[in-house]
Design a protein around this ligand. Structure first.
Ligand code: F6P
Length: 355
């Protein structure tokens, strides 16, 4: 019955044959898939597993931790600690990077992850996910925080798991983006979505519109034009979707196109965005770019940013190429003062430049 099906292991052996580093990377991705299976089983039990609800603790972001946040974090940390392939890890749920005891092996990788993304959705039984990113570890010494602070273009692998009606594992090692579906009876991930591609054209956008008054003018311009649909410059009607679970929103975009935005806003002036560079924006950009899309802040390619801290936040505009390029152009026109309707303060009368 299962003849001819490509399992995750078989796929990775084919994609990553060659150097010892590639072999180890394949083994690490199989380890990550094992943690994902454990988290999938926990989330699927829901209330029956006694895993819903919050704890009294908060993470470094000041967010209340859900029971499943902590359980998923433990599942990843145990997997990495026992696997002998990882020298250090950084997680949304840990304030600082954690070094794996060298006695457990001198791993050649650093793992960065969000163990359970979109966790506000857990208690209402809406899709959540895990996101991961893999970097090369320094050899011959213990990793430092600086070793983690590398631009996203240096990622060796990245991906996510989505715990939805089915559990899927989507990954890239820089050779396209590929999706696997968990066959629960057998316990294997099966290649079901090889070479995923984000359509360049789309009529769907995803943004938390309740923040509209806090957005920068270029984003307001883009969303207004989409909402105006046929009656305005876009000449066609758009749909809006917002799941409030980045994994689920990005997964939809990977499957049928669209643009996901969590842009810079002025809601909390101390934060240049809501989403985190190292374990949300970078891995998702790698996945989307390997599928033909773009990951941008609106002004810069996300994967070219030099990180300054593990939990750094960035504006995120990811998805279909034509739409992201249009939004980047709107930022450029705004910054240059070329946009008549939405002029940058730098170019208005009595601005810095005029005075
Ligand atoms: O922390 C990240 C996250 O949960 C994302 O998964 C999601 O896209 C976003 O925050 C939801 O934000 P909001 O609650 O503002 O809709």
């Amino acid at each position: 019955m299962h003849q001819g099906r490509t399992t995750l292991s078989k796929f990775l052996i084919q994609q990553l044959k060659g150097s010892p580093e590639q072999n180890d990377l394949a083994a690490l991705l199989v380890d990550i898939a094992a943690a994902v299976k454990a988290i999938s089983a926990m989330t699927a039990k829901g209330e029956l597993g006694g895993v819903l609800g919050s704890l009294d603790s908060t993470n470094v972001q000041g967010e209340t931790q859900k029971k499943l946040d902590v359980m998923s974090n433990t599942a990843f940390i145990n997997t990495f600690s026992m696997g002998g392939l990882v020298a250090g890890l950084a997680s949304e749920e840990n304030d600082d990077p954690v070094e794996i005891d060298p006695q457990d092996g001198t791993g050649r990788f650093l793992a960065i992850f969000d163990p359970l993304d979109g966790s506000s959705n857990i208690d209402v039984n809406v899709s959540v996910g895990s996101i991961f990113s893999v970097l090369r570890a320094p050899q011959g010494r213990s990793p430092t925080t600086e070793d983690f602070l590398r631009p996203g273009r240096q990622q060796l692998a990245a991906g996510y798991a989505i715990y939805g009606p089915s559990t899927m594992f989507v990954l890239t090692v820089g050779k396209g983006t590929h999706g696997f579906t968990l066959d629960r009876e057998v316990g294997n991930f099966i290649l079901t979505h090889p070479h995923m591609e984000v359509p360049a054209e789309t009529s769907e956008f995803a943004i938390n519109a309740s923040n509209e008054r806090f957005w920068e003018p270029p984003v307001q311009r883009y969303v207004t034009e989409c909402k105006n649909g046929k009656t305005d410059v876009r000449g066609r009607d758009f749909n809006m979707r917002w799941i409030a679970s980045m994994v689920a929103d990005i997964h939809r975009i990977l499957m049928r196109g669209g643009v996901f935005m969590y842009p810079r806003d002025t809601k909390d002036k101390s934060k240049p965005g809501r989403l985190r560079l190292m374990y949300e924006a970078n891995p998702m950009s790698f996945v989307i770019e390997q599928a033909g899309g773009i990951g941008s802040t609106g002004r810069h390619r996300i994967m070219d940013l030099q990180p300054s801290e593990i939990h750094q936040r960035v504006p995120v505009i990811i998805g279909s190429r034509n739409e992201v390029e249009r939004i980047e152009r709107y930022h450029l026109e705004y910054d240059r003062g070329e946009d008549e309707q939405y002029k940058s303060p730098l170019f208005q009368e009595r601005s810095l430049f005029a005075s």
